[in-house]
Design a protein around this ligand. Structure first.
Ligand SMILES: O=C(O)c1cc(=O)[nH]c(=O)n1[C@@H]1O[C@H](COP(=O)(O)O)[C@@H](O)[C@H]1O
Length: 233
């Protein structure tokens, strides 16, 4: 696991921009995340171009389907070279889906589950049919517990949910945390956010940071500045 906790989310449909960002940021981050925006545009060829920079890759495709389909998809993802360091799915796909995915990955990558998206508030999840007696944090904790029961390595969760998840599931359970905003940065479409230092303090292992780095005039400097706030803390 890289010592640098920053995972830069390379969210762009522009292939050359993605490769240039990975190259520029390699000395300043621990991971690069390739998600739907880039992968649906450039597929495996694009993935390979970014991964060839040597940065460990979190391949964030958030699978969510019946167990057989997700397991088959994970088997296909495990044939990619270089193998992604982390892959993910949605915990709401259920225990059997997660178990089938874990069998398919078979320890070749860290497999983690998205609990409650950082873009969702209590009202959002209640409107989507989640139990109104429970808030986002309580649902995230339940889903994290289900994830561990299925044998996965960890979760993607909001910084707001970290303390409870750490309390329930211990220090060894991997927590990958988006919704990270340096102090005074625009929140944009996120709803449950924290600063990098606060998320680390609450128990984050990996900080997923996109636009605060990639949208900066000098992305390398932005990443260095964020690292500086972590070491100062
Ligand atoms: O799975 C994720 O990475 C993810 C889960 C989540 O709950 N919230 C979330 O923002 N993400 C991803 O984290 C990144 C956040 O980007 P920024 O908001 O630009 O920092 C995006 O690539 C999202 O797809």
């Amino acid at each position: 696991m890289p010592a640098n906790p920053i995972c830069v989310a390379i969210d762009t449909p522009d292939l050359e921009k993605a490769v240039a960002l990975a190259k520029t940021l390699k000395p300043h981050v621990g991971w690069a995340k390739i998600g739907m925006e880039f992968f649906y545009a450039h597929g495996l060829a694009g993935y390979t171009r970014v991964a060839e920079t040597g940065l460990p890759i979190f391949l964030d495709l958030k699978l969510h389907d019946i167990p057989n389909t997700v397991a088959s998809a994970m088997k296909a993802l495990m044939k990619i070279t270089p193998t992604p360091g982390i892959v993910n799915l949605h915990a709401t796909g259920g225990l059997d889906m997660m178990k089938a995915a874990a069998d398919a990955v078979d320890g070749r990558a860290k497999l983690i589950a998205v609990t409650i998206l950082t873009s969702l508030s209590d009202d959002d999840i209640w409107a989507a049919g989640f139990e109104t007696a429970k808030n986002t944090e309580a649902h995230a904790r339940s889903l994290a517990e289900l994830t561990k029961r299925a044998g996965l390595d960890g979760v993607v969760c909001s910084p707001h949910d970290l303390v409870g998840i750490r309390h329930d599931l211990g220090r060894d359970f991997l927590t990958v945390v988006p919704g990270i905003r340096p102090a005074d940065a625009a929140v944009q479409d996120q709803k449950r956010v924290a600063t990098p230092a606060a998320a680390l303090e609450a128990g984050a292992d990996i900080l997923v940071i996109g636009r605060a780095i990639t949208g900066a005039a000098d992305p390398a400097r932005a990443a260095q500045d964020i690292l500086g706030t972590l070491h100062a803390g």
